[in-house]
Design a protein around this ligand. Structure first.
Ligand code: TYM
Length: 332
């Protein structure tokens, strides 16, 4: 059976981008068709300036939202990264296979390092080695597929490169993973700035729809989305990025295609209205389930405890094998 691994980072409230680009497919497809693990990657949240209490709170919220989105612990494994030591254990060994140049070429590193410096902060070493920890997440479980939005594809490519290199140097140890992407909405853009990704770590803004936004807040954000000059509704990502973003969001929420939908709208206003309602309808069941789960914290604790135990059992043999292969003396 195909093994699938993916994760979300608790650096902010989860967004419509996280949901349409990744989470929705995990619940709708991956957990049914594969042996799947989904992880709240809290160690990754420490790579930038953070408030410890907020990271803890957001980790729990992310885990609750994963379950609210439809992940079923009977079908898949849901857990928190720091509860399983194997991630950090393997990350060190992979740092001995990755190169400094490779890390510095990562687009997200360049963007995030520049942002930290603009804010007057220093760049943490863990921000540079972030993609190695992510490779460890994936390789520890022998994942064949990694369902992610487009912004994570370069990191998954690196995980592939490290797996191939390790296997060539030290003998076959790791499955070589590949990224999978959603058909539409692989890159949901900020509603106020369609040239930038809708990102949860960005400052709170009217261009970001959060999964827990009230329906009226969602409506307001979508109705105020920046569109392009022009009247006709056409799907053109290059020339009309704001409009294309709305068409993709609507398509992802309703199951249509952005090209087809563009022909069905006489005006921007009608498109925005339908998009707002479609997003509200997609979020409604998730928000209801989230409320129920918040009232039952013992259930969420139990899922995370069982998930971590299962995950440990899956990761340990592979990480032990990597330790032996690279030349470490097994403990007796
Ligand atoms: P993160 O937490 O930024 O995002 C979680 C998932 O949501 C996708 N995504 C988007 N997709 C479409 N449009 C957007 N605007 C958008 N914003 C986010 C991301 O592509 C991702 O799939 N480094 C990862 C977390 C991670 C991970 C892993 C993922 C750590 N280890 C191992 C997969 C496998 C991250 O920061 O995702």
């Amino acid at each position: 059976m195909t093994r699938v691994f993916s994760g979300v980072k608790p650096t902010g409230h989860l967004t419509l981008g996280n949901y349409l680009g990744a989470m929705r497919r995990w619940a709708a497809v991956d957990q049914h068709e594969a042996d799947a693990l989904f992880c709240v990657v809290d160690l990754h949240a420490l790579t930038v300036d953070h408030d410890p209490a907020r990271v803890r709170r957001l980790s729990r919220q992310a885990a609750t939202l994963l379950l609210a989105s439809g992940l079923d612990p009977e079908l898949c494994t849901v857990f928190v990264q720091s509860h399983v030591d194997e991630h950090a254990r393997l990350s060190y060994v992979l740092e001995c296979v990755a190169t400094d140049g490779e890390m510095r070429r990562m687009i997200q590193y360049k963007e995030k390092a520049a942002r930290e410096q603009r804010r007057g902060g220093s760049v943490r070493l863990s921000l540079l080695t972030y993609p190695v920890l992510m490779a460890a997440d994936i390789l520890a479980y022998g994942a064949d597929e990694v369902p992610v939005g487009d912004d994570q594809r370069q990191h998954v490519e690196l995980a592939r490169d490290l797996a191939v290199r390790f296997n060539q140097r030290y003998g076959h140890t790791f499955v070589v993973p590949r990224a999978t992407r959603p058909g539409v909405a692989a890159r949901v853009m900020n509603l106020q700035d369609p040239a930038s990704k809708m990102g949860k770590s960005d400052d709170v803004g009217p261009g970001i729809v959060y999964l827990l936004d009230e329906p009226d807040v969602v409506r307001k954000k979508v109705m105020r989305a920046v569109t392009d000059s022009g009247r006709e509704v056409v799907y053109d990502r290059e020339a009309r990025p704001g409009l294309a973003n709305l068409l993709e969001i609507l398509a992802a929420c309703t199951g249509g295609s952005p090209e087809e939908l563009s022909g069905a709208y006489p005006s921007y206003g009608a498109l925005k209205k339908d998009t707002a309602e479609a997003v509200v309808e997609v979020l409604r069941p998730l928000q209801e389930r989230h409320k129920e789960l918040c009232a039952d914290p013992g259930y969420v604790d139990g899922v995370l405890r069982d998930g971590a135990e299962r995950a440990r059992g899956m990761a340990r043999p592979t990480v032990d094998a990597a330790y032996r292969a690279i030349g470490l003396l097994p403990a007796v």
